[in-house]
Design a protein around this ligand. Sequence first.
Ligand code: COA
Ligand code: AMP
Length: 630
Amino acid sequence: MSYQAEYSKSIETPELFWGEKAQDLEWFKKPETILSKDENGIDRWFADGELNTAYLALDYHVENGRADNTAIIYDSPVTGQKRKISYLELRDEVAKFAGVLKSQGVEKGDRVVIYMPMIPEAVIAMLAVARLGAIHSVVFGGFAPHELAVRIDDAEPKVIVSASCGIEIAKVIEYKPMLDQAIEKSAHKPSACVVLQRPEAEASMIEGRDIDWQEAMKTAEPADCVPVKGTDPLYILYTSGTTGKPKGVVRDNGGHAVAMKYSMKAVYNVEPGDVFWAASDVGWVVGHSYIVYGPLLAGCTTIVYEGKPVRTPDAGAFWRVCEEYKAKVLFAAPTAFRAIKKEDPDAKLLENYDLSNLDTIFMAGERLDPPTYHWTIEKTAKPVIDHWWQTETGWAICGNMTGIETLEPKPGSATVPSAGYNVQILDSEGNELPAGEQGSIAIKLPLPPSCLPTVWGDFERFRTGYLSEYPGYYCSGDGGYKDEDGYVFIMGRTDDVINVAGHRLSTGEMEEIVADHEAVAECAVIGINDPLKGQQPVGFVLLKDGVEIEDDALEAELVGLVRKEIGAVACFKKAVVVQRLPKTRSGKILRKLMRQIADGQDYSIPSTIDDPASLPELEDVMNRNGIVTE
Ligand code: COA
Ligand code: AMP
C-alpha cells in the first residue's frame, strides 16, 4: 500500500482503520466499540475491549514460540556488565516482581512510582505494574528530590520502586538518599519502597518501609495478569508544561498497545526477532514507547544501554553496540550525534565497526538540524529519518513511514503526518494556513490511539492546555509550516518549553526557582541556541533595590538552586544581572524578543513595548556575556 492510501484511509475512516489494526493483538475480550466519547466528551479508543499490556508484551510471545528469543540485551559500559534475558526469563521475573508488589497491596488502578537508572529491573518493574493492572509513573533519574516529590504528591503511589544508585560518566549518583529526601518533602507517603541494591553503592534502608528487591524476589509468588479495559490507564508520565507543576500525561492500555504494535512495522519497519535500539532512557517517553513497550509488543529484542554516546568509553560506543548486537534500527536524539561528531568529527572510530545489519537511523526529541543530518548520512551511509512527536502522543505525529512507503526525505523536515494524525497549520484565529506559511501546528480531532485523554487528576488542565485554543483541534505547542508537497517543518515551541539535550524542560519552572532567591526582584529565563545540546537556559535577573551581591556569587547561587530543585539535567549554568527587562506596557516580559536577540536574529520592536531603550541595553549585556549566537 502507498503512504497516501494508508494515510487517507486512516483519516477518512478512522474507526475502520484502527479497528483493523486492533485485530493484531490478542485481546482477552475484543473491542466492539472502536471509538466513543467519555464522560468529558473526549474521544476514546477501544473502551469495551479487555487486555493486559504485559501479557501482550511477554506471555503472548512465550505461548507463541518465542520463549527462548532474547527480549532484552542489557549493555552497561559504566559497570562492564552485559546480559541477555529471554522472553521466558523476563516473563517469569516480571510475574515474580508483580508478586512482590501484590504482597505490598498493589492492585488494579493503584499507582507505583519508579525511580531507576537504565537497568533491566526498571523494565521489569514497569511490566510488573502493568501485569497487575496498576499504573506506573517513571521519574527520570536525573531529576532532583524536589521534582520527585512533586510527582509523588500528584500520583499518590502506594509503592515506590528504586535502586541504590545510577552511574553517570565516571560518577555514581546515589538515588536512595534522593528518594528519602523526596518522601520527606512530599505530603503523600508511600506504604513501601522496594530498593534494588547495586554493588556500586549500598543504600541504607528504613525499617518498616524499605524492602530489599533481591530478598523479596527470593520468596515471591508469581502473580497473574489482571485484565483491564482498553481505556484504563497503563501509565502516567510527567512532562514539562509552562508552569512549575509538571503535567501528568495519561496513557491508556488499549490505544497504546494498538499504536505501539502498528508503529513498529509501519514507522520503523521491524519484524519479530529484529533487534531494536532506542538509545534513550526509560524516564522519557521514547524509553516507554521504544525501549519497553513497542519492541516487546512486536516480539523484537530491545537493547537497554546504560551509557552515553561519548566517554563510555569513547565516541565509537553507538557503533560498537550496533555491531555487537546486530541492531536493525538505531533511534536517538540529534544531540547524541552532535556529541559524537564533536569528539570524532571524521568518524574515525566508525571504521572499526561493521554496521551492515543496521538499516535505518531514526532521530527525534528535538529539531534535527541539517548539518547533523548530513554528517550522520555521510559518515554512516545509512538513511536518517527525522520524526516528530511528544510525550502527549506516545508515537510519531510526523515521520517517514518506512514500513509502508519510504518517501524522499527533505533536510529540516519531519516528512509527513503519520497515519491517524490530521496535522494542520493554524493562524492565531484558528484558520488553516496555506503551504509555506508558518503558524501553530495543531491536530484535528479525533487524535489517533495512544494520545492522552486527560492530564492525571486535572481534566481542566488538559482542556485549557490543549483543546480550548483551537476548538476541534489539539494544540501541539510547536510552530512550523507545511510545504507544497505536504512535508511538515517543525520550527520550535511556541510556549516556554525548551529542549536541552533532548530533555524537555520548562523555563517557567526555572523562573519560579530563580525568583525565589532573596536578592531577585524579577527574572526571565529563556532558551538560547547551543551547538551541542540544541538549547540551553539562561537567566536574566533584576536585583531588588539596595541589594549588594557580586554578579558571580549570585550566578553561582542561582545555578546551585536550579540544580538542587530540578536537577543537573536542567543544565542551568548562566545567570546575568540586567537593569531592565523588555516588557509590554501591560507588564508582560517580551521573552520571544529576548530569544531573537540572543539568537542573533532580526527582530522588530513591538508597538506595545514599554521602554524601547531596554533593548540596546539588553543586547549589550548579552554581547558582553557571550550569550548572542548566530
Ligand atoms: N541520572 C542522574 N544524573 C543524570 C542523568 C541520570 N539519568 N542524566 C543526566 N544526568 C546529569 C549528568 O550527569 C550531568 O550532570 P553534571 O552537570 O553534574 O555533569 C547533567 O545531568 C547533564 O547531563 P547531560 O545533559 O546528559 O549532559 P552530559 O554532558 O553528561 O552528556 C550528551 C551530553 C549529549 C552525551 C547527553 O546529553 C546525551 O546522551 N543526550 C541524549 C539525550 C537523550 O537521549 N534524550 C532522550 C530524548 S529521545
Ligand atoms: P517530549 O515530550 O519530551 O518528547 O518533547 C516533545 C517536544 O520535543 C516537541 O513538542 C518538540 O518541541 C520537540 N521535538 C520532538 N521531536 C522533534 C523533531 N523531530 N523535530 C523538532 N522538534 C521535536
